[in-house]
Ligand binder design. Structure first.
Ligand code: SF4
Length: 377
Protein backbone atom coordinates (compact mmCIF):
# COMPACT_ATOMS: atom_id res chain seq x y z
CA UNK A 1 0.00 0.00 0.00
CA UNK A 2 1.34 3.44 -0.95
CA UNK A 3 -1.44 6.00 -0.66
CA UNK A 4 -3.54 7.27 2.24
CA UNK A 5 -6.82 6.15 0.63
CA UNK A 6 -5.62 2.59 0.79
CA UNK A 7 -5.41 2.83 4.58
CA UNK A 8 -9.04 4.01 4.62
CA UNK A 9 -10.25 1.34 2.22
CA UNK A 10 -13.59 -0.08 3.52
CA UNK A 11 -13.01 -3.45 1.83
CA UNK A 12 -9.65 -3.92 3.51
CA UNK A 13 -11.14 -2.80 6.85
CA UNK A 14 -14.07 -5.23 6.48
CA UNK A 15 -11.67 -8.11 5.75
CA UNK A 16 -9.58 -7.26 8.82
CA UNK A 17 -12.71 -7.04 10.98
CA UNK A 18 -13.81 -10.45 9.73
CA UNK A 19 -10.40 -11.93 10.60
CA UNK A 20 -10.61 -10.32 14.04
CA UNK A 21 -14.07 -11.85 14.56
CA UNK A 22 -12.70 -15.29 13.69
CA UNK A 23 -9.57 -15.01 15.84
CA UNK A 24 -10.78 -13.08 18.91
CA UNK A 25 -12.35 -15.99 20.71
CA UNK A 26 -11.42 -14.95 24.26
CA UNK A 27 -11.98 -11.64 26.06
CA UNK A 28 -8.99 -9.34 25.70
CA UNK A 29 -8.58 -5.79 27.01
CA UNK A 30 -6.40 -3.69 24.75
CA UNK A 31 -5.41 -0.06 25.31
CA UNK A 32 -4.62 2.43 22.58
CA UNK A 33 -2.24 4.86 24.25
CA UNK A 34 -2.74 7.77 21.91
CA UNK A 35 -5.66 10.21 21.91
CA UNK A 36 -5.32 10.57 18.13
CA UNK A 37 -6.00 6.84 17.82
CA UNK A 38 -8.99 7.14 20.20
CA UNK A 39 -10.50 9.81 17.94
CA UNK A 40 -9.84 7.71 14.84
CA UNK A 41 -11.46 4.59 16.37
CA UNK A 42 -14.58 6.56 17.26
CA UNK A 43 -14.69 8.73 14.15
CA UNK A 44 -14.69 5.70 11.87
CA UNK A 45 -17.05 3.71 14.11
CA UNK A 46 -14.47 0.94 14.48
CA UNK A 47 -14.96 0.56 18.23
CA UNK A 48 -18.62 -0.34 17.65
CA UNK A 49 -17.73 -2.91 14.96
CA UNK A 50 -15.16 -4.84 16.97
CA UNK A 51 -16.04 -8.38 18.00
CA UNK A 52 -17.46 -8.54 21.52
CA UNK A 53 -14.48 -10.29 23.16
CA UNK A 54 -12.23 -7.29 22.43
CA UNK A 55 -12.56 -4.46 24.91
CA UNK A 56 -10.85 -1.30 23.83
CA UNK A 57 -9.78 1.10 26.59
CA UNK A 58 -8.33 4.54 26.05
CA UNK A 59 -4.98 5.60 27.44
CA UNK A 60 -3.25 8.73 28.69
CA UNK A 61 -1.78 9.78 25.34
CA UNK A 62 -3.38 13.20 25.13
CA UNK A 63 -0.68 15.82 25.78
CA UNK A 64 -3.09 18.56 26.78
CA UNK A 65 -5.02 16.25 29.15
CA UNK A 66 -2.01 15.08 31.14
CA UNK A 67 -0.49 18.52 31.70
CA UNK A 68 -0.89 18.93 35.47
CA UNK A 69 -3.28 21.47 36.91
CA UNK A 70 -0.42 23.02 38.86
CA UNK A 71 1.34 23.77 35.58
CA UNK A 72 -1.84 25.26 34.06
CA UNK A 73 -2.15 27.51 37.14
CA UNK A 74 1.52 28.46 36.80
CA UNK A 75 0.93 29.28 33.10
CA UNK A 76 -2.03 31.46 34.08
CA UNK A 77 0.05 33.28 36.71
CA UNK A 78 2.97 33.89 34.32
CA UNK A 79 0.67 34.93 31.46
CA UNK A 80 -1.02 37.45 33.77
CA UNK A 81 2.20 39.44 34.23
CA UNK A 82 2.24 42.71 32.27
CA UNK A 83 5.73 42.22 30.84
CA UNK A 84 4.92 38.77 29.40
CA UNK A 85 3.77 37.62 25.97
CA UNK A 86 2.59 34.07 26.67
CA UNK A 87 2.54 31.69 23.70
CA UNK A 88 0.94 28.27 23.43
CA UNK A 89 -0.75 25.79 21.12
CA UNK A 90 -4.46 26.63 20.78
CA UNK A 91 -5.91 23.72 22.78
CA UNK A 92 -4.16 24.85 25.95
CA UNK A 93 -6.03 28.15 26.11
CA UNK A 94 -9.30 26.48 27.10
CA UNK A 95 -7.95 23.96 29.60
CA UNK A 96 -9.48 24.85 32.94
CA UNK A 97 -7.11 25.99 35.66
CA UNK A 98 -8.15 26.20 39.31
CA UNK A 99 -9.55 29.71 38.87
CA UNK A 100 -9.43 30.48 35.16
CA UNK A 101 -8.01 29.37 31.83
CA UNK A 102 -5.60 31.20 29.52
CA UNK A 103 -8.52 32.64 27.55
CA UNK A 104 -9.63 34.19 30.84
CA UNK A 105 -6.19 35.80 31.16
CA UNK A 106 -6.54 37.20 27.65
CA UNK A 107 -10.02 38.52 28.45
CA UNK A 108 -8.46 40.43 31.38
CA UNK A 109 -5.91 42.08 29.10
CA UNK A 110 -3.07 39.53 29.16
CA UNK A 111 -1.04 39.09 25.97
CA UNK A 112 -1.71 35.40 25.26
CA UNK A 113 -1.01 34.25 21.71
CA UNK A 114 -1.60 31.00 19.82
CA UNK A 115 1.41 29.73 17.89
CA UNK A 116 1.82 26.69 15.66
CA UNK A 117 5.45 26.03 16.52
CA UNK A 118 7.87 26.93 19.31
CA UNK A 119 10.01 28.56 16.61
CA UNK A 120 7.14 31.04 16.08
CA UNK A 121 7.41 31.91 19.78
CA UNK A 122 11.15 32.44 19.39
CA UNK A 123 10.49 34.76 16.42
CA UNK A 124 8.05 36.77 18.58
CA UNK A 125 10.77 37.10 21.23
CA UNK A 126 13.26 38.40 18.66
CA UNK A 127 10.67 40.86 17.35
CA UNK A 128 9.80 42.16 20.86
CA UNK A 129 13.08 42.50 22.73
CA UNK A 130 11.48 44.62 25.51
CA UNK A 131 8.96 41.89 26.40
CA UNK A 132 9.44 38.49 28.03
CA UNK A 133 8.17 35.77 25.68
CA UNK A 134 7.23 32.44 27.24
CA UNK A 135 6.34 29.25 25.35
CA UNK A 136 4.25 26.54 27.03
CA UNK A 137 6.25 23.42 26.05
CA UNK A 138 3.86 20.51 26.57
CA UNK A 139 3.53 17.14 24.92
CA UNK A 140 5.04 13.73 24.36
CA UNK A 141 8.10 12.66 22.41
CA UNK A 142 6.51 14.07 19.23
CA UNK A 143 6.72 17.71 20.32
CA UNK A 144 10.04 17.40 22.13
CA UNK A 145 12.37 17.75 19.09
CA UNK A 146 10.85 21.07 17.96
CA UNK A 147 10.79 22.39 21.53
CA UNK A 148 14.41 21.34 21.92
CA UNK A 149 15.38 23.10 18.67
CA UNK A 150 13.69 26.34 19.77
CA UNK A 151 15.58 26.52 23.05
CA UNK A 152 18.86 25.47 21.45
CA UNK A 153 18.48 28.17 18.79
CA UNK A 154 17.61 30.76 21.45
CA UNK A 155 20.81 29.76 23.26
CA UNK A 156 22.95 29.90 20.12
CA UNK A 157 21.57 33.30 19.08
CA UNK A 158 21.82 34.76 22.57
CA UNK A 159 18.10 35.55 22.83
CA UNK A 160 17.66 36.71 26.42
CA UNK A 161 13.92 37.36 26.56
CA UNK A 162 12.73 33.86 25.64
CA UNK A 163 11.87 31.06 28.07
CA UNK A 164 9.84 27.86 28.24
CA UNK A 165 7.37 26.54 30.75
CA UNK A 166 8.19 22.85 30.29
CA UNK A 167 5.73 20.03 30.89
CA UNK A 168 7.22 17.46 28.56
CA UNK A 169 6.24 13.79 29.12
CA UNK A 170 7.40 10.33 27.95
CA UNK A 171 5.25 7.32 27.05
CA UNK A 172 7.24 4.25 28.28
CA UNK A 173 7.09 5.15 32.02
CA UNK A 174 3.32 5.69 31.66
CA UNK A 175 2.94 2.18 30.20
CA UNK A 176 4.96 0.81 33.13
CA UNK A 177 2.78 2.74 35.62
CA UNK A 178 -0.45 1.41 34.07
CA UNK A 179 0.81 -2.19 34.02
CA UNK A 180 2.12 -1.93 37.61
CA UNK A 181 -1.16 -0.64 39.01
CA UNK A 182 -3.16 -3.12 41.14
CA UNK A 183 -6.31 -2.01 39.26
CA UNK A 184 -4.79 -2.68 35.84
CA UNK A 185 -6.91 -4.62 33.34
CA UNK A 186 -4.88 -3.86 30.21
CA UNK A 187 -3.36 -6.93 28.53
CA UNK A 188 -1.87 -5.39 25.39
CA UNK A 189 -1.06 -1.94 24.03
CA UNK A 190 -1.25 -0.18 20.71
CA UNK A 191 1.73 2.18 20.84
CA UNK A 192 1.43 5.60 19.20
CA UNK A 193 2.93 5.59 15.72
CA UNK A 194 4.03 9.23 15.74
CA UNK A 195 5.85 8.89 19.07
CA UNK A 196 7.67 5.84 17.69
CA UNK A 197 8.52 7.74 14.50
CA UNK A 198 10.72 9.91 16.73
CA UNK A 199 11.88 7.44 19.36
CA UNK A 200 11.70 4.08 17.58
CA UNK A 201 10.50 1.17 19.69
CA UNK A 202 13.57 -0.17 21.46
CA UNK A 203 12.40 1.38 24.73
CA UNK A 204 9.28 -0.80 24.69
CA UNK A 205 11.10 -4.12 24.46
CA UNK A 206 12.02 -4.42 28.16
CA UNK A 207 8.46 -3.39 29.09
CA UNK A 208 6.85 -6.10 26.95
CA UNK A 209 9.22 -8.61 28.48
CA UNK A 210 8.88 -7.50 32.12
CA UNK A 211 5.08 -7.21 32.10
CA UNK A 212 4.46 -9.99 29.57
CA UNK A 213 2.27 -7.63 27.53
CA UNK A 214 2.29 -7.35 23.72
CA UNK A 215 3.00 -3.82 22.43
CA UNK A 216 2.16 -3.15 18.80
CA UNK A 217 3.32 0.07 17.12
CA UNK A 218 0.22 1.28 15.29
CA UNK A 219 -0.77 4.06 12.89
CA UNK A 220 -3.90 6.17 12.77
CA UNK A 221 -5.99 5.16 9.76
CA UNK A 222 -8.69 2.44 9.98
CA UNK A 223 -6.57 -0.22 8.26
CA UNK A 224 -3.60 0.67 10.50
CA UNK A 225 -5.69 0.42 13.66
CA UNK A 226 -7.28 -2.89 12.71
CA UNK A 227 -3.91 -4.35 11.73
CA UNK A 228 -2.51 -3.25 15.09
CA UNK A 229 -5.41 -4.84 16.94
CA UNK A 230 -5.12 -8.07 14.95
CA UNK A 231 -1.40 -8.30 15.72
CA UNK A 232 -2.13 -7.76 19.44
CA UNK A 233 -4.93 -10.34 19.47
CA UNK A 234 -2.74 -12.91 17.73
CA UNK A 235 0.05 -12.42 20.26
CA UNK A 236 -2.39 -12.73 23.16
CA UNK A 237 -3.94 -15.88 21.69
CA UNK A 238 -0.52 -17.42 21.17
CA UNK A 239 0.81 -16.40 24.60
CA UNK A 240 3.48 -14.15 23.07
CA UNK A 241 4.50 -10.74 24.45
CA UNK A 242 6.66 -8.96 21.91
CA UNK A 243 7.04 -5.51 20.45
CA UNK A 244 5.72 -5.60 16.91
CA UNK A 245 5.82 -2.87 14.29
CA UNK A 246 2.50 -2.55 12.42
CA UNK A 247 3.46 0.92 11.14
CA UNK A 248 6.62 0.15 9.16
CA UNK A 249 5.98 2.80 6.51
CA UNK A 250 7.00 5.45 9.07
CA UNK A 251 8.56 3.72 12.07
CA UNK A 252 11.91 1.99 12.44
CA UNK A 253 13.31 0.32 15.56
CA UNK A 254 15.90 3.05 16.08
CA UNK A 255 13.63 6.01 15.26
CA UNK A 256 14.80 9.44 14.12
CA UNK A 257 18.37 9.87 15.39
CA UNK A 258 18.79 13.64 14.69
CA UNK A 259 15.51 14.31 16.57
CA UNK A 260 16.69 12.17 19.50
CA UNK A 261 20.02 14.03 19.54
CA UNK A 262 18.25 17.40 19.68
CA UNK A 263 16.14 16.16 22.60
CA UNK A 264 19.23 14.90 24.41
CA UNK A 265 21.05 18.23 23.93
CA UNK A 266 18.18 20.23 25.42
CA UNK A 267 16.50 17.97 27.96
CA UNK A 268 17.23 15.47 30.68
CA UNK A 269 14.86 12.95 32.27
CA UNK A 270 12.94 13.86 35.43
CA UNK A 271 9.99 12.71 37.50
CA UNK A 272 6.82 14.38 36.23
CA UNK A 273 3.27 14.77 37.57
CA UNK A 274 0.49 13.75 35.16
CA UNK A 275 -2.89 15.40 35.62
CA UNK A 276 -5.35 13.00 37.21
CA UNK A 277 -2.68 10.32 37.62
CA UNK A 278 0.05 11.74 39.86
CA UNK A 279 3.83 11.62 39.72
CA UNK A 280 5.34 8.94 37.48
CA UNK A 281 9.08 8.40 38.03
CA UNK A 282 11.31 9.44 35.10
CA UNK A 283 8.26 10.15 32.96
CA UNK A 284 9.25 13.63 31.87
CA UNK A 285 11.96 15.82 30.48
CA UNK A 286 13.23 19.08 31.96
CA UNK A 287 15.71 21.55 30.51
CA UNK A 288 19.33 20.68 31.09
CA UNK A 289 21.11 22.69 33.80
CA UNK A 290 23.19 24.56 31.23
CA UNK A 291 19.92 25.84 29.69
CA UNK A 292 18.36 26.80 33.05
CA UNK A 293 18.30 30.46 31.97
CA UNK A 294 15.47 29.49 29.60
CA UNK A 295 13.39 27.87 32.35
CA UNK A 296 10.29 30.02 32.87
CA UNK A 297 9.64 28.42 36.28
CA UNK A 298 12.96 29.83 37.49
CA UNK A 299 12.66 33.14 35.68
CA UNK A 300 9.23 34.04 37.11
CA UNK A 301 8.49 33.69 40.80
CA UNK A 302 4.71 33.21 40.89
CA UNK A 303 4.51 32.21 44.55
CA UNK A 304 2.92 29.09 45.91
CA UNK A 305 0.51 27.27 43.57
CA UNK A 306 -2.41 25.47 45.29
CA UNK A 307 -4.34 23.66 42.55
CA UNK A 308 -8.03 22.81 43.04
CA UNK A 309 -9.47 20.08 40.79
CA UNK A 310 -13.17 19.86 39.92
CA UNK A 311 -14.86 17.46 42.35
CA UNK A 312 -16.92 16.01 39.49
CA UNK A 313 -14.16 15.26 36.99
CA UNK A 314 -12.98 11.63 36.78
CA UNK A 315 -10.27 12.39 34.21
CA UNK A 316 -7.69 10.35 36.13
CA UNK A 317 -9.77 7.19 35.74
CA UNK A 318 -10.47 8.02 32.08
CA UNK A 319 -6.76 8.55 31.37
CA UNK A 320 -5.83 5.21 32.96
CA UNK A 321 -8.52 3.32 31.04
CA UNK A 322 -10.42 2.43 34.23
CA UNK A 323 -13.61 4.26 33.22
CA UNK A 324 -14.90 5.63 29.93
CA UNK A 325 -16.15 9.21 29.43
CA UNK A 326 -19.90 8.38 29.41
CA UNK A 327 -19.43 6.91 32.91
CA UNK A 328 -18.54 10.39 34.20
CA UNK A 329 -21.63 11.94 35.86
CA UNK A 330 -20.82 15.31 34.32
CA UNK A 331 -20.30 14.05 30.74
CA UNK A 332 -22.44 16.01 28.28
CA UNK A 333 -24.18 17.80 31.16
CA UNK A 334 -22.06 20.10 33.32
CA UNK A 335 -19.08 19.19 31.14
CA UNK A 336 -19.24 19.97 27.43
CA UNK A 337 -16.69 21.42 24.99
CA UNK A 338 -18.28 24.82 25.69
CA UNK A 339 -18.19 24.35 29.48
CA UNK A 340 -15.30 21.93 30.11
CA UNK A 341 -14.58 20.77 33.65
CA UNK A 342 -11.51 18.78 32.65
CA UNK A 343 -8.87 18.78 29.96
CA UNK A 344 -10.09 15.58 28.17
CA UNK A 345 -13.17 17.55 27.07
CA UNK A 346 -11.06 20.36 25.62
CA UNK A 347 -8.26 18.78 23.69
CA UNK A 348 -8.46 17.66 20.06
CA UNK A 349 -7.02 14.37 21.37
CA UNK A 350 -9.12 14.12 24.54
CA UNK A 351 -11.19 10.96 25.05
CA UNK A 352 -14.14 12.91 26.50
CA UNK A 353 -14.14 15.23 23.48
CA UNK A 354 -14.09 12.17 21.17
CA UNK A 355 -17.11 10.60 22.89
CA UNK A 356 -18.91 13.94 22.95
CA UNK A 357 -18.30 14.45 19.26
CA UNK A 358 -18.96 10.95 17.96
CA UNK A 359 -21.01 9.10 20.58
CA UNK A 360 -23.26 11.52 22.43
CA UNK A 361 -26.67 9.86 22.66
CA UNK A 362 -29.90 11.75 21.84
CA UNK A 363 -30.99 11.54 25.51
CA UNK A 364 -27.79 13.21 26.64
CA UNK A 365 -28.13 15.82 23.93
CA UNK A 366 -31.60 16.66 25.26
CA UNK A 367 -30.50 16.71 28.89
CA UNK A 368 -27.29 18.72 28.58
CA UNK A 369 -29.18 22.03 28.68
CA UNK A 370 -30.60 21.13 32.07
CA UNK A 371 -27.66 19.73 33.98
CA UNK A 372 -28.94 20.40 37.52
CA UNK A 373 -31.86 18.08 36.92
CA UNK A 374 -29.92 15.28 35.31
CA UNK A 375 -26.93 14.71 37.54
CA UNK A 376 -27.83 12.60 40.51
CA UNK A 377 -24.61 13.03 42.45
S1 SF4 B 1 -16.53 14.39 30.93
FE1 SF4 B 1 -15.57 16.28 31.70
S2 SF4 B 1 -15.74 16.12 33.91
FE2 SF4 B 1 -16.02 14.05 33.08
S3 SF4 B 1 -13.97 13.13 33.03
FE3 SF4 B 1 -14.30 14.07 31.05
S4 SF4 B 1 -13.39 16.11 31.25
FE4 SF4 B 1 -13.70 15.34 33.34
Amino acid sequence: MKFLDEYRDPTASAALLETLRREATKPWTIMEICGGQTHSFLQHGLDAMLPAPIELVHGPGCPVCVTPLEQIDRAVAIASRPEVIFTSFGDMLRVPGSERDLFGVRARGGDVRVVYSPLDALAIAEAHPKKEVVFFAIGFETTAPANAMAVLQAHERGVKNFSMLVSQVRVPPAIAAILSSPSNRVQAFLAAGHVCTVMGYREYEPLAEEFRAPIVVTGFEPVDLLRGLLAAVRQLAQGRHEVENAYPRLVSRGGNRPAQEAIARAFTECDRAWRGIGVIPRSGWRLRDELAAFNAEQRFDVGRIAPKESALCIAGDVLRGIRKPPECPAFGKQCTPQTPLGAPMVSAEGACAAYYRYRLTPSLLLSRDNPEEEVGG
